[in-house]
Write a protein that binds this ligand. Structure first.
Ligand code: FES
Length: 154
């Protein structure tokens, strides 16, 4: 049994400790907002926060998460006032949408620790892949979210 907190709720998973977090979230907790893309830690579609850090959940065995705090896109989506959510809408970021939940989680983690990232810092932090290539809008939305977080923009 592995115990950790998901979106503020303590959960006991009676799963093989080698089960990737992605499948515990999707199959055992029905949190299907976190997506499966490559399954090899490359694309970032499965990004969640573990103790506040953006983490690819497809490669992380739940056995390593005892006592951790996991946040998924569902928790962020409940909070419609989160600046990343608002900036994403304002900049019309999504195209096909598949990468978006992981992209938003990575962006939210960046803005939480650095509300005014440079292009280089954005590129270093956001290693998620977008099949549609909407990177310029993603960058703009991150900048806007940072300004909103700093109170420079509504
Ligand atoms: Fe986890 Fe691609 S599905 S990185």
């Amino acid at each position: 049994m592995t115990r950790f907190t998901v979106n503020g709720q303590p959960i006991e998973y009676r799963l093989d400790p080698e089960t990737p977090l992605l499948w515990a979230l999707r199959d055992a907790s029905n949190l299907t907002g976190t997506k499966y893309g490559c399954g090899t830690g490359q694309c970032g579609a499965c990004t969640v926060h573990v103790d506040g850090r953006p983490t690819r959940s497809c490669q992380l065995p739940i056995g390593r998460l005892e006592g951790s705090f996991v946040t998924t896109i569902e928790a962020l989506s409940r909070d419609r006032s989160h600046p990343v959510q608002q900036a994403w809408v304002a900049e019309s970021v999504p195209q096909c949408g598949f990468c978006q939940s992981g992209m938003i989680m990575a962006a939210a983690a960046l803005i939480d620790r650095n509300p005014a990232p440079t292009d280089e810092e954005i590129d270093a932090a956001i290693t998620n892949l977008c099949p549609c290539g909407s990177y310029p809008r993603i960058r703009e939305a991150i900048r806007r979210a940072g300004r909103m977080r700093s109170g420079e923009e509504q």
